[in-house]
Design a protein around this ligand. Sequence first.
Ligand code: FE2
Length: 386
Amino acid sequence: MLDRVAHGTLPAKPHTALRSSEGALRYEECFTRNGFEGAFSMLYHQHRPHEAEPAPLPRHFPAPRAAAERSLARRHYRCLDLPELGAPALECRLPLLFNDDIVVAFARPRAQDTAYFVNADADELWYVHAGGGTLKSPFGNLVFRTGDYVCIPRGTAHRFVPDAELDQAWLCIECKKDVGIPRHYRNPIGQLRMDAPYSHRDFRRPVLAEPSDDGVRSLVVKRNDAFSGFRARHPFQDVVGWDGSVYPFVFPILAFQPRVGQVHLPPTVHATFEAGGALVCSFVPRPLDFHEAAISCPYPHTSVHIDEVLFYANAAFGSRRGVGAGSLSHHPAGIPHGPHPGAYESSPGQTHTTEIAVMLDCTSALTATDNALSVEDAEYHQSFQA
Ligand SMILES: [Fe+2]
C-alpha cells in the first residue's frame, strides 16, 4: 500500500456526517486490511454500498488446475501463443503456474468487462506487456499502458476497459498474501527512502471525477477460489470523496531506478514489490558492471529455496537464448540454473543491457497447468547444454 492521499469531498473527521449541498447524507465505507489494524481507506458514497443481492453468476476465469505430474525441469512457455478468447479480462485470464501464495496467469482481453470483479482472495498485480486502457473502480479511473504494473488491492470492485484499438497482452500475478513496497525501501514514518529505487512521484493514483453511472450493476466475487454473482442496486462509481492508503495504483516499470555495481549484483537489487511468498523484481535497461574484468552475465546459481519465474518483455535478456517477448521461464528449486551456452563467456566487456523483464522469486514450488503445457517449448531444458 502507498502513502495517504485524499480526493473529492470529505468530512473534517471520520465517522461524522457528510452531506450534499441539498442535505443528502453520504455513506461512509471503511475499507480496511488485517482486520482494523492494517492500512485502510474511507470512501463516501451517494448510496448505501452494501445492498448488492445474490444474482446469477456471469462468466468468469477458471481457477488453476494442475496438469499431470511430470519430471522436474527448466521450463519455457510462450504466452503469446496462448489462444485469444475474444473476451473481457474477467473471462480470458488463463492460469499458467500456481502455488499456495500466487497464481501466474495471462490474459488478452478483447472487450471491456461487463461486470465488476472483487477478488476477495488476493491482491492482484498485473504487468501490461502490451496494450492499455482504464481500470474503473469506486476510487476513480486509473489509466494504464504498455510497461505498467497495475496493482489492485483485494476487495476492490473493479472492471477493465481496454483501449479497443490496441492489442492487449497482460501478465497477472494473483498474490494471496499482501503485495506491497519492500519494507527496507521505507523510512521510519513510511515515506519511500531517498535511496529507494523509486519515489512517490513515480506512482499513478486513480482520478476521482464526479459520480457517474456506467450502467453496470453485475458483480462477481471470488472467495476461496469459488465465484459468486451479485446484482448491485446502485452505480459502483458513486463516490464523492475518499482518503487513505489503500487504492489501486500504477507503477511504470521504466520508472524503476536500477542499481549497477563494480561487479554483478544479486537480483534482489531489482526488487520492486514484495508479496507473501514471492519477490517481484524488475529488470530494466541499464549500464552493466564496471570492473575491468567483470562478468556481467548472471553466474550459474543454486538458489535452494526459490522457484524462479521470469517474464520477458523483450528478447534482450543477456543470459538467455531462445526466449523472446512474451516468454515465461520457470526454473524450479532442486536443479541449478544459469546462462545459456556462450552468454557467460561473451559478457566481459559488455557495457549496457536493454532488457526488460519481470522476475518472481517464489518460496513455494509452482505447479503448471494444461494452459502452460499447451505453449511449452519442449527443447528448453536441453538448450542449456553446451
Ligand atoms: Fe536465476
